[in-house]
Design a protein around this ligand. Structure first.
Ligand SMILES: [Fe+2]
Length: 140
């Protein structure tokens, strides 16, 4: 069983965004697996690099999507993305300078980045879409 598990409660109802969240979870699980298997620092750093690149790619797409639907809290959400991006970067730096990374800590951190962010921020996009549908129906 993977360390971080996708469930339908994480779905924001937009297929492309959900697929990217699933991919992020997949990369995070590979990173945790690499650590569990005691793979060398280079392998670990390579997956971490992939995680960082994909995070930036996904956040850009998600921000573009929010812009396209007129999401009112875009700036707040972007700030949250910036904090997460900085955390991945800081973590990458810690690994680079050879700091010891504890498995449990990394797992909790990744869960917090991904699942925590989806639940606390991304699902608000779903709520917004639902309220917009209701309003549009009301106006029709
Ligand atoms: Fe987000």
């Amino acid at each position: 069983m993977p360390n971080i598990v996708w469930s339908d409660t994480l779905s924001i109802g937009k297929t492309e965004i959900d697929a990217e969240h699933k991919q992020l979870i997949r990369i995070a699980n590979s990173l945790l697996r690499a650590m569990q298997e005691g793979r060398n620092k280079n392998d670990f750093a390579k997956i971490l690099h992939e995680l960082r690149e994909y995070t930036v790619f996904h956040f850009n797409n998600e921000e573009e999507y929010m812009r396209s639907i007129g999401y009112p809290d875009l700036n707040k959400h972007m700030e949250e993305h910036n904090i997460l991006k900085r955390r991945v970067k800081d973590f990458q730096h810690s690994v680079f300078i050879g700091e010891n990374v504890e498995f449990g800590l990394l797992r909790e951190m990744l869960k917090d980045w991904l699942v925590g962010h989806i639940l606390s921020c991304d699902l608000l996009i779903k709520e917004y879409l639902a309220s917009k549908d209701v309003k549009q129906e009301g106006q029709a």
